[in-house]
Design a protein around this ligand. Sequence first.
Ligand code: RAT
Ligand code: ZN
Length: 469
Amino acid sequence: PLGLRNEDIYSVVFSEVRGQQVIDLHTHLLPPSHGALCLWGIDELLTYHYLVAEYFMTAPANISPEGFYELPKKEQANLIWDALFIQRSPISEATRGVLTTLVALGLDIHVKARDLNGIRKYYDKFREGGFSGTSTFVENVMAISGVRYAIMTNIPFDSTETQHWRPRKKDYPATFRSALRVDPLLAGDKETIEKALRAAGYGTSVADARNYLNEWCDIMQPEYMMASTPHDFMFLAPDNGGGILAGAKKRGLNEDSMKVPFAFADISANECSGCEETDMPTVLNEHSDFLKDCLIKVCEERNLPIALKIGAHRQINPSLLAAGDGMVAFADAASLARLCSAYPKVRFLATFLSRQNQHEACVLANKFRNLHIYGCWWYCNNPSIIEEITKMRVEMLGSAFTAQHSDARVIDQLVYKWAHSRAVIAKVLAEEYQKAISSGWQFNRTEIRRDVSRLLGGAYEEFMGKHLI
Ligand code: RAT
Ligand code: ZN
């Protein structure tokens, strides 16, 4: 027969999803040439901020977050291992991820024996090899996890990072690509922007910021610009000031006007319960300059997309540092629609943190050709939620989206993030193919390979190759 039989679909789809390389389009990984900023190994795995947060849910009262963070990494890792793997069972996604990773690295015997020292010894061998040991380990992980290339997060506003780019860009393998992170520009964080500009010998005008950004684009050669927007980020269409409104709630903008639909309404002083009449325009103008006249301008000139991560509420519990980030904010998706329509030549990649925003995200991707939806981010990066989101995306977008990104911070995490996601993506796809077969279509393996390749990075590359006139 021309097509695969219904009963063969599962095995074909699973083998295709397992066998294809992925493009990991957002990670926090840095290459071995970034020295200590390239994180890998068991102690980094165990102290991943997801696990620190899980640990503190049940940690003894005499262990404060401050005291915990003062301990050497190895001791922090010991505490987490004992609490989450020995005193409790590793059944959460973040703990199970450690198991999947170690077993794939060939440490199943140590895992079964719960032998943390044996695991450490395995890693020590690579550490003893210095830079080349690290490089070998990184190459192994890329191969095991089937990652073609991973896109980094490179922050020009962070001096611990910039030293690896200036005065001379360090070499890194082609399995790493750059993305230039610009959060302060979307948050209107003037203090950080001005500090970075002054430190680099620039003035502090918007034109200076544009030159600064251009200089960093020359250095980093990013695939795209990226930012995680503040939880209450709002963008107003240009005829309403063309600005962004970070801190809108804080500044007293009332809830109803936050929810105004696409054709954005006025935010007049009347709608502003309890805020100073003068607050709003000032905020808009300040912020819009850095967006409109700096970020958007540079993206238009260089044909660079902007990747947005929308809906994280930072520092819910500041004592936990990075582990205290991230209450899930139901975001104003209409702001994304307004961005896409205000700047039709700029391409936007977007992912939302809230499960509640996922349906709207699909609808928007279906409306704007300059928008590409990617990945299941952070609190959505759990198998049950990946399944639900991926199914909805296939139903609404076919294969015109990127199913996943890892957000890995530790090299080794690529192994489990991709293994776990591949299993879910394959299941969803197999079910959707079976439905199409029931409706009368026939598929061959080549077509399935093509579709899988789109979901694992091909759709991203197609979107990146798109020139919007
Ligand atoms: O998922 C995470 O690791 C978060 O802490 C964030 O860093 C997020 O991914 C981001 O890029 O803002
Ligand atoms: Zn991230």
